[in-house]
Every structure is written in structure tokens, then in C-alpha cells.
Design a protein around this ligand. Sequence first.
Ligand code: ZN
Length: 134
Amino acid sequence: MKRIEHLGIAVNDLSTAIPLYEALLNTKCYKQEEVSSEGVKTAFFKVGESKIELLEASKLESPIAKFLQKNGPGFHHVAFDVADIDAELKRLQLAGFELIHQSPKDGADNKRIAFLHPKSSGGMLVELCQEKSA
Ligand code: ZN
């Protein structure tokens, strides 16, 4: 794991959350992107070496919609930047971690991503991500 790439935060509504986080972080949202396969709309902010990713549900049955119904808005996941996501997934699986995604998939912000199940990671939803090479 190279560093914390971003923290994911679930929000009810990007149109009110974006100005809130712009004021909080004193920086402009630099990217908004919908990941339709995950039923989510995202907005990104740079915070030094890391980022904040806001997540709004774009479908009623998406994982973010379920999370919001259960927990309300707030901290959702931590994402670690890795050099080789395929090798890292193999390593974690061998170490007994439960993978939500057996192989990496396309995520927002030009990344290949995969999630670990919070059941096997101390209750925390963990995302691995690797920048796609151009
Ligand atoms: Zn994320």
C-alpha cells in the first residue's frame, strides 16, 4: 500500500454537499463523474497528497443508497493506492480477507478498483485502487 488515495463519504445530495465541502476544504471540486455500473455519482476534491470522494446514489438499489438508508450520510470507505492491484488482491485473499470484487474493475477518476468486505477488515470498507496507465 503506497498511501491513502482518498476517503469516500456518502452524501444525500451532491448539489448541497459540494458547496459544503468546498467551504470546509477551501478548495474547488475538480471532477464530477458518474459510475453507472455502481449506481453512483462522485465528486472529487484534492487535499494535499490525498483526496475526498463524495458519493451520491444514482439508483434506488445501489450500494450507496442502501448505505444511506441504514447509516445516513458520512464516512463510507478508505481507499489505498497500490502499485499492482492484481498482486495485492491475491496477497489479501491468501491472507484470509474476503474480496467483494475478485478482479479489479473500472472505477471513477481513471482507476482500476476493488473492494474488500468489511466483515473481514475490522468493520471498515476498504478499496484498493491503481491509476490506469495512459
Ligand atoms: Zn472510492
